[in-house]
Write a protein that binds this ligand. Structure first.
Ligand code: GAL
Length: 395
């Protein structure tokens, strides 16, 4: 028999509240939450944990303590959305389902600041520095109302991956320091009248011009090598040349050691990865938001020399000419799968920047070269069936 005393109004109220809570909990559990994703669908809308399309363009990934963090440019709608809103972070444990962690770094209201509202913040990349235990955010900074002339790499730091990040400062690359692969020829001033941008870069014109003030840095990535040394890999010399600059031990500046790569090739969207002791670079040409054919290169040392491997795309001629309608931003080594890498790229929508799409595709291998094919839908487990395996040791 029930021991509830129906005469006691307090007990009755408590009972009713308990019942309503139970009802609420049950009905919430019955609501369909955002659908759990179990595959990649390149180019489609990619809902986060709130069902909202992920807003992290030109991004990069960090794996820390078993959690992936995706950092990218937060973009607004319309053409106005192409300027910076800040750096947006997401977290995930499976790479398919992403939790919104909010904007972790933003432009400020102070007109005297380098990062005052109206500045451009692009291609954010976060790395963890084990010595300082800081998360270090690097990004491409352009100053307000100066178009893309400032060409700086900027740094902010945080004690947590999801911020907030504190601004450290911005830099041109290695002022007053020649690259390790400089030749006497490069140091010698030459007439540049009538030369194209790429020809001028090839005779060292911008390298010498910017020696005192530091080299330009636009589209960029950060690559951390097995020995813990990190490198800024960036479009320099009026985008004509890639500069590869070793970072200081705290990852917040430069060590002074740097090299020029692919001089006069005009690369953007650099993405670097290492496999089998070799360094690979996938990049794009320089056509703004419009996609162009990707390029790839390989080197035995991060400082080069880099050997061109051509367009890694293996689709129709139309797809190859526009990299499946995308521009490279990052290559992610998949943990636990030593031969697996994900090519990450942006399908920009400059007319409505917030609608930009993400093209994530598996890197496949052909004669020892990384290649990219289109897949409407794919899963991480597809890497287990790669043939032939990239090590070339037989299935
Ligand atoms: C692209 C570059 C983007 C952005 C854009 C602006 O070439 O890769 O990061 O800078 O130009 O037009």
């Amino acid at each position: 028999m029930s021991n509830v005393n129906f005469q006691n109004p307090l007990k009755i109220t408590a009972l009713i509240s308990l019942a309503s809570l139970l009802f609420l909990a049950l009905s919430c559990a019955a609501q369909p939450g955002p659908q759990k994703l179990a595959s990649f669908k390149p180019g489609e809308l990619w809902p986060d944990n709130h069902g909202v399309h992920i807003n992290a363009h030109g991004g990069g990934l960090l794996l820390h303590n078993g959690i992936y963090y995706w950092f990218g440019e937060d973009r607004a709608g319309g053409t106005a959305g192409n300027t910076a809103d800040g750096v947006h972070a997401y977290s995930s444990t499976d790479l398919y389902n992403w939790k919104d962690e909010g904007i972790v770094f933003r432009p400020v209201d102070d007109p005297a600041s380098e990062i005052t509202k109206g500045c451009v913040m692009e291609r954010p990349k976060v790395v963890y520095n084990a010595k300082t235990r800081k998360f270090v955010l690097w990004f491409h900074l352009e100053l307000k109302d100066q178009a893309y002339r400032a060409a700086r790499a900027a740094v902010a730091v945080s004690d947590q991956p999801t911020g907030p990040y504190t601004y450290v400062g911005s830099f041109r690359v290695n002022k007053g320091i020649w690259p390790v692969n400089i030749t006497d020829e490069d140091k010698t001033p030459k007439p540049t009248n009538g030369l194209s941008r790429l020809q001028a870069a090839s005779v060292g014109a911008f390298l010498r011009r910017d020696y005192e003030t530091g080299q330009m840095s636009r589209d960029m990535t950060i690559f951390v090598d097995d020995d813990g040394k990190a490198y800024l890999v960036t479009s320099s010399e009026e985008n004509a040349t890639i500069a590869i600059a070793q970072l200081s031990d705290d990852y917040q500046g430069f060590s002074g050691k740097w090299a020029r790569a692919l001089v006069g090739d005009s690369n953007e969207g650099p993405a670097v990865f290492k496999h089998g002791g070799k360094y690979y670079l996938i990049s794009s040409g320089t056509t703004g938001w419009r996609p162009n054919p990707a390029r790839s290169a390989v080197a035995d040392s991060i400082f080069g020399p880099w050997t061109r491997l051509g367009n890694p795309c293996r689709g129709t001629p139309e797809q190859n000419a526009i990299t499946f309608e995308s521009q490279s931003t990052y290559v992610l080594p998949v943990p636990g799968k030593p031969d697996a890498f994900i090519f990450m790229a942006d399908r920009w929508r400059p007319q409505d920047a917030i609608d930009g799409r993400y093209i994530w595709l598996p890197i496949e291998w052909e004669d020892g070269k990384p290649i990219i094919k289109w897949h409407d839908e794919w899963k991480l487990s597809d890497f287990d069936h790669q043939t032939p395996p990239p090590t070339g040791k037989g299935a």
